[in-house]
Design a protein around this ligand. Structure first.
Ligand code: NAD
Ligand code: UDP
Length: 393
């Protein structure tokens, strides 16, 4: 099958793309590198079943495909709140564009929704039938309400245009390739512990989350995509529930860190408790997670250990370390400049449009960057050279 993964250079998207390529599918990964990076898909660059396109889902793009996983959206609170309007657009315009594509190609589309659709839930654990408790005008609403409208659009395209849909309500997922400075709790605690810095627990640390390891999540997403009769939202996550303080202590114990725990103010609208009811996923998909928090933390910590080591050696001449050492405003400024310049060193869409694919939807959509298509050796070589120079652009 030919499978489109938007947000495919991100944390979950890169693991998903890898699994799909392993299964023998042709994977087309779309990403604007806002929070993801080429480094995440480095293993796949040049693989004859993999193609990478630099594109913002806010603009329409036309690609032949059989399935679409729509993951493109910043996922951590600091990232999605940095440019709230852009976050809503990525959700609402992004999913609309992908639904239009699914309608035209008759592809099945899976939307990466979120446990945030339940907001600060008053029902615990959360079943799919719960409508949620969301602040529509708060700092998290660009993400929460954006994802809720995306679900509405999915259901309306299904009812009105018979688009074949899947909606995955993803609960907190962690693992290697989370962005090092994304402020999410697992990556933050691990990096703080490894660097011997204070572990920042927000509020009393009594709020709870349920953490799913990325390999389990990828299995669930693929199972949901391929399940029949699953056009309603399905919760995906690991129901093992921990307080944030417990997580801090577990990370400190596994890393052997002496970092103190530092209490900081709780962000506005931070949900007090979160635990998925995965009864529907068990019944419909025969799926349940297999990796415990301690088991999943081990490879995650090993991944961050490498990064922290590289960062400690300085970033000069090391593209990954350079990227990691850039602050978020610096990264965003760099992305803005690249977008204004039409994407810097991108290969133009016109030059490489083929096989019925054509970028559309305005000025920016005509300029897409591709790498790794089966017959594009010249393109791949050019892209590898660029990737070497500017991984994580
Ligand atoms: P991530 O930030 O690593 O991945 C998101 C990817 O989308 C990045 O590669 C980013 O560059 C790309 N992207 C963002 N805006 C884009 C745009 N406008 N056009 C094209 N690409 C764009 O985050 P993740 O944790 O891998 O999350 C993937 C998806 O899963 C997101 O939709 C997120 O909302 C959802 N989700 C994740 C979690 C979690 O705990 N990780 C929980 C719930 C939902
Ligand atoms: N959190 C924390 N310290 C941090 C980052 C997050 O205590 O350095 C808390 C945060 O307040 C929230 C929980 O950890 O209660 C999960 O936060 P995250 O941003 O990872 O995900 P989300 O809130 O979206 O579930």
């Amino acid at each position: 099958m030919r499978i489109l993964v938007t947000g495919g250079a991100g944390f979950i998207g890169s693991h998903l793309s890898e699994r799909l390529v392993e299964q023998g599918h042709d994977v087309v990964c779309l990403d604007n590198y806002f929070t993801g990076s080429k480094h995440n898909v480095q293993k796949l660059l040049g693989h004859h079943h993999f193609e990478l396109i630099r594109h913002d889902v806010i603009n329409y793009i036309d690609i032949e495909c059989d399935q679409i996983y729509n993951l493109a959206c910043p996922a951590s609170p600091i990232h999605y709140q940095h440019d709230a309007v852009r976050t809503i657009h990525a959700n609402v315009l992004g999913v609309t564009n992908m639904l239009e594509l699914a309608k035209r190609t008759r592809a099945r589309i899976l939307q990466a929704s979120t446990s945030e659709v339940y907001g600060d839930p008053q029902v615990h654990p959360q079943p799919e039938s719960y409508w949620g408790h969301v602040n529509p005008i708060g700092p998290r609403s660009c993400y929460d309400e954006g994802k809720r409208v995306a679900e509405t659009l999915m259901m309306d395209y299904h009812r009105q245009h018979a688009v074949d849909i899947r909606i995955a309500r993803i609960f907190n997922t962690y693992g290697p390739r989370m962005a090092v400075h994304d402020g999410r709790v697992v990556s933050s605690f691990i990096v703080q512990a490894l660097q011997g810095k204070p572990i920042t627990v927000f509020g009393a640390g009594t709020q709870t989350r349920s953490f799913c390891f990325v390999s389990d999540m990828v299995g669930a997403l693929i199972a949901l995509m391929n399940a029949e009769g699953a056009s309603r939202p399905v919760n995906l996550g690991n129901p093992e529930e921990f307080t944030i303080r417990q997580l801090a202590e577990t990370v400190r114990e596994i890393t052997g860190s002496k970092s103190p725990i530092l209490t900081q103010p709780l962000p506005q609208d931070d949900p007090v408790q979160r635990q998925p009811d995965i009864g529907l996923a068990r019944k419909l998909l025969g799926w349940s997670p297999t990796v415990s928090l301690r088991e999943g933390l081990a490879p995650t910590i090993a991944y961050f250990e490498q990064l922290v080591y590289r960062m400690s050696r300085g970033s000069a001449g090391n593209p990954l370390a350079e990227r990691l050492s850039r602050s978020m405003p610096e990264r965003l400024a760099a992305i803005e400049v690249e977008n204004r310049n039409g994407g810097g060193e991108r290969i133009s869409g016109d030059e490489h449009a083929g096989g019925g694919e054509r970028a559309g939807g305005g000025e920016r959509a005509g300029s897409v960057e591709r790498a790794g298509s089966g017959d594009g050796d010249r393109r791949q070589a050019a892209d590898r050279r660029r990737a070497g120079r500017r991984i994580g652009s």
